[in-house]
Design a protein around this ligand. Structure first.
Ligand code: APR
Ligand code: PHB
Length: 381
């Protein structure tokens, strides 16, 4: 078998890349080791930057997004028992859209399968050969070799593509955090019209949503914590306490899903090794506080699709550096938001006062608010 681009991973990065290439007449094969049902059921991020929604529309994927996406012109910050609004639109001219990663992935899979272009689920034992170049794998018990001009490593943090680059050729940077997020999906209308990020002495909390009927909420927990120790009543009690502010009332509802997400920052560079190009979580991870993971993955493949379509050595060479500028801006923003909004269990009173001062600053100074807002809606220069 032969194709122009072998794409490993059917997450948002791999699927959007396949779509962008198909629109421009470049063929690809997408290989995913999980089942379609599994991929479509995973609950992940939910905030799309305007650049991301524009890209999805340009790629012909705007119909359901425009019908069901919720455009948010602002966000809320709660600390010291007071809620403050940041007007993203007034500060930056841009907004964000609530539309779950799960929905983006469903739309991309449907578009791919409708077009008849190859997307294989439940492949096993994917091996990357950068010398040939080729991707070898097993599908329904049969061994395959896919020869290609380029390989796109869109297989997430735990994939095989980053590991296919010799250690001496990659530099990595990493940060671990002494906390994690416990998230719930609740069958109840959101208690707020915009996201609320809250800092409380008991830890961080976030009120997000997936639709006008479904709420998505998070509380900071210990990284070694277990969902079994968080019965619904305990989660709601923490959410009530941490999100509390004058005039705000949190509505409870049946909990449909509950899970704990570890938090880390990670970058591997360069994003290219010969014919192999890393994109999305395969190359970099951010803590979810800045809502950047999904948007970075999409931004990478927009640059990668342009480079592959151009095909010149200069364009392919420029891929990594072009992505890394945005990646490092998002690294800093995500790390900074995380520090400002969480309570470090090993921190002291000095750390607490710094975080409170920073929150007062971003809610009172237009300059500071603009800096937060322009990073939140997406900064790429
Ligand atoms: N072979 C084939 N597919 C693989 C392999 C493998 N060896 N290893 C992993 N995969 C698949 C995973 O099952 C997953 O479907 O690659 C896909 C990677 O998708 P994501 O993890 O969603 O990564 P990405 O597309 O880069 O999107 C980043 O996902 O984790 C969130 O917060 C993150 O929102 C961000 C987004
Ligand atoms: C979410 O809705 O899942 C979400 C929203 C904002 C974040 C992180 C996650 O910063």
């Amino acid at each position: 078998m032969r194709t122009q681009v072998g794409i490993i991973g059917a997450g948002p990065a791999g699927l959007l890349l396949a779509q962008l290439l198909a629109v421009r007449g470049i063929d690809s094969v997408v290989l995913e080791n999980h089942s379609r049902d599994y991929v479509q059921a995973r609950i992940r991020a939910g905030i799309l930057e305007q650049g991301t929604t524009d890209a999805l529309r340009d790629a012909g994927l705007g119909a359901r997004l425009d019908r069901e996406g919720l455009v948010h012109d602002g966000l809320r910050l709660t600390f010291d028992g007071e809620q403050h609004r940041l007007d993203l639109r007034a500060l930056t001219g841009r907004a964000v859209t609530i539309y779950g990663q799960t929905e983006v992935v469903k739309d991309l899979i449907a578009a791919r399968l409708d077009s008849g272009a190859p997307l294989h689920f439940e492949v096993d034992d994917v091996r990357v050969d950068v010398a040939t170049p080729a991707v070898r794998y097993r599908h329904e018990g049969v061994e395959h070799e896919l020869r290609c001009d380029a390989i796109a490593g869109c297989d997430g943090f735990h994939g095989v593509c980053r590991a296919a680059i010799p250690e001496a050729e990659v530099t990595t940077w990493e940060r671990a955090y002494p906390f994690a997020w416990l998230g719930i999906l609740a069958d109840v209308a959101p208690s707020t019209d915009e996201l609320i990020y809250a800092r409380h002495e008991r830890g961080f909390a976030l009120h997000s949503m997936r639709s006008r009927e479904r709420s998505r909420l998070y509380v900071q927990v210990d990284p070694g914590d277990d969902v079994a120790r968080w019965p619904d009543a305990r989660v709601w009690e923490e959410l009530h306490a941490r999100l509390a502010s004058d005039g705000f009332a949190l509505a409870e509802g049946p909990v449909l899903e509950k899970s704990i997400t570890p938090m880390r920052s990670f970058v591997a560079a360069p994003l290219r090794h010969g014919p192999l190009f890393l994109a999305g979580d395969a190359a970099h991870i951010v803590p979810p506080t800045g809502a950047k993971g999904l948007n970075l993955a999409m931004a990478d493949v927009l640059v990668l699709a342009d480079a592959l379509i151009d095909g010149s050595p200069a364009a392919l060479d420029a891929y990594s550096d072009r992505c890394l500028r945005r990646v490092w801006r998002a690294q800093h923003f995500s790390w900074w938001m995380t520090g400002m909004l969480h309570v470090d269990p090993a921190g002291d009173a000095y750390d607490r006062e710094l975080a409170r001062s920073q929150l007062r600053y971003v809610t009172r100074s237009r300059a500071a608010a603009t800096s937060l807002a322009e990073n939140y809606v997406g900064y790429d220069r």
